[in-house]
Every structure is written in structure tokens, then in C-alpha cells.
Design a protein around this ligand. Structure first.
Ligand code: BG6
Ligand code: MG
Length: 211
């Protein structure tokens, strides 16, 4: 397979903001008195903010109005943004930085495909605001992963056919989205452990031997 473009998920692939998502949801869950652990957190990977809230609230027995749910999601996001505000370019892992540069050197188009509405802020914080050829994120989609919309939009922005794009993901829902979009998936982290990808990597640097 000759790939022309690589579409990277952000949280848990480019940087470890997945840990900050966990901490922010955990704080909300503790306040609500509902159980929440890392295993449950894995189900939130790639899933939109409101869909994540529904999973967090699975064990919450009180009925909640839509406005109350929106307020809880906002509360979580405020905690999350406080953690993001402490990030700097030193939070871009060295292996990610060298891999991105080597892939660009090889002439590949590089994009972000993330469900997060905080994508522009995170890219700014880690010094990648102007790096990618396209950024498709939670602000330009109506359906989150496992729907392929975010990746199909990224491919469109790059003007590359979906079958020539490789998606890099840490979420099982993200690997499924890639497949539903007729793309191959290279997985790291949780999704690699679940063998959800066409390639299951132990380090992102292994992308250089696939391409
Ligand atoms: C994804 C994360 O990248 O973005 C999910 O994997 C998260 O865990 C989703 O819920 C939405 O993020 P945000 O920043 O818009 O709340
Ligand atoms: Mg992710």
C-alpha cells in the first residue's frame, strides 16, 4: 500500500492529553459520587464530550435535564482546560516530534483528525499550531468516531483519496472510524493492545517502517 497522507488522532497519539481527560472526568465523577476508573476511561477515547458524559453518568441514578448535562460537560471542560493551560512545547514527546519530521521529509501530507473541540488550543500549547497540512476536529464535525466523518473531512482538505490515507489512533472507536472511511489504521496504546489496527505498534516511530 502506498500512502500519500497520514491522519493523526491528537489525544493519546500526538500528546498525552488523554491523561488530562481522565483526571478531569475523574474529578467530576467523584463530585457526583459515581464510580470511574481507567478501564471506563478507555471507553471515552475518541468519543465526543457529550457522548463521554453519558458514559460517565451510566451509574448516576438521578434524572438530569439537558441543561444540567450541558453544565456538567462545561464543568469537566473547565477542569480540562486548566490542565491544558499548563502545557508547553516540552509536552510534545520527542519520538512524536522526530517521527512527524521524518514523515514530512518523505513527502507525506500530514493532518489531524480529532473529535476534540480543544484541538486548536492544544496544538498551540505544544507548538504545532502551524505544522499540519490540514486540521479536522470536533469543531467541524456533526458525528464523532466511530463515524468516519472527521477523517473523511481531513482527506478532503488534503485532496487525497481515503484509501491512500493512513490513520494513527489510540482509540478502538477511532480505528473503526478509519475502517468505515475506507482507510487503514495504525494503532498505538489502548487500541494497539486491543489489536484494533491493521498495524498495531508498540511505538509511534514504527510508522517509519510501514511507510
Ligand atoms: C477525543 C478524546 O480526542 O476528544 C475524547 O479521545 C474526548 O476522550 C473528545 O471526549 C472530545 O474532546 P473535547 O476536548 O472536545 O472535550
Ligand atoms: Mg485519542
Amino acid at each position: 500500500m502506498v500512502f500519500q497522507a497520514i491522519i493523526f488522532d491528537l489525544d493519546g497519539v500526538i500528546c498525552f492529553t488523554d491523561e488530562y481527560h481522565y483526571q478531569a472526568w475523574k474529578r467530576l465523577a467523584d463530585e457526583l459520587g459515581v464510580p470511574f476508573d481507567r478501564q471506563k476511561n478507555n471507553r471515552l477515547r475518541g468519543v465526543s464530550r457529550m457522548a463521554s458524559l453519558e458514559i460517565v453518568l451510566e451509574d448516576y441514578t438521578e434524572p438530569l435535564a439537558e441543561a444540567e448535562k450541558l453544565a456538567l460537560a462545561d464543568q469537566k471542560n473547565e477542569t480540562y482546560k486548566t490542565l491544558l493551560a499548563q502545557m508547553s512545547p516540552s509536552d510534545l514527546p520527542e519520538d512524536v516530534r522526530t517521527t512527524l519530521l521524518a514523515l514530512r521529509e518523505r513527502g507525506l501530507k500530514l493532518a489531524i483528525g480529532s473529535s476534540s473541540k480543544n484541538t486548536p488550543f492544544i496544538l498551540q500549547q505544544i507548538g504545532l499550531a502551524d505544522f499540519f497540512d490540514a486540521v479536522s476536529d470536533g469543531n467541524n464535525i456533526t458525528k464523532s468516531k466511530p463515524d468516519p466523518e472527521v477523517f473523511l473531512k481531513a482527506a478532503q482538505m488534503l485532496d487525497v483519496a481515503p484509501e491512500c490515507c493512513l490513520v494513527v489512533e489510540d482509540a478502538v472507536a477511532g480505528a473503526e472510524a478509519a475502517h468505515r472511511g475506507n482507510m487503514r489504521a495504525a494503532c498505538v496504546g489502548d487500541a494497539a493492545k486491543a489489536a484494533a489496527g491493521d498495524y498495531n505498534l508498540s511505538s509511534i516511530t514504527e510508522l517509519l517502517s510501514i511507510i
